[in-house]
Design a protein around this ligand. Sequence first.
Ligand code: SF4
Ligand code: SF4
Length: 259
Amino acid sequence: MRLAVTGGKGGVGKTTVAAHAHRILGWDAVDLDVTAPNLHLYLDCEEVERRRVHLLGPKVDPDSCTLCGECARACPAGALIVGRSWDFDPDLCHGCGLCVRVCPRGALDYVEIEIGEVREYRVRDTGSRLRSGRLNVGDRRSRHLVNHLLDRLEGDEILLDTPAGAGKEVYDALRAADAALVVTQPTPAAYRDLRRLLRVVRAADLPHVVLINMADVSERWTERIEREVDAPTLRAPRVDDPLESDELRDAVRAALDEL
Ligand code: SF4
Ligand code: SF4
């Protein structure tokens, strides 16, 4: 099974839960939270490899470009806008190279564009492997880096620590999984995020359970989540040292058993 641990926006304890799940299962793990990867900080691990990640994309020579717009008309992804200037949206480009081929002036080059890196760790206590994506600061191509990692998944027993939020890269991560452990907290903001995230989980058609972390912080919101969420829910208590807590580990184990 490939298991996704997901949790809407940050701060609900997703990574702590992912660390407990990793220790319980002992599977390889992939940290897909590429704008703020931190699962390696929660595990006893050593870095064994670091690789830069590049995408192919167009680069314009402004002295040669006449702003004729041929490239923008040819681009199947709508990634180019040519008017008074030549503009490129790297989020949309999928690197087909068509724009370079149609340019009558030879003003475009097809170049490697670095978007980030993948670090690989060996987890000491389980002997398993953790791969962690890290997007360059300021780069917006998180979905490309997430899919770079997803395209290279090996084996069937993998833990996926998804990106935060409920965006397209979260959907991509969930589509690569067989089940999801959804982490939330009993607060109005977390509940709003949870509802958005559950729509994505259902769109990915995944069996899932909801773990209400720090459930004792608000009985009212915990009960509301239990009442309104159309999925099995479990409670985890507020604890002083979440990473070392037996109570939290037992709650995560119960959620895994439910899946
Ligand atoms: S490489 Fe393909 S997708 Fe990217 S800008 Fe050029 S035509 Fe569009
Ligand atoms: S096709 Fe070439 S010359 Fe025309 S706008 Fe695109 S880059 Fe510029």
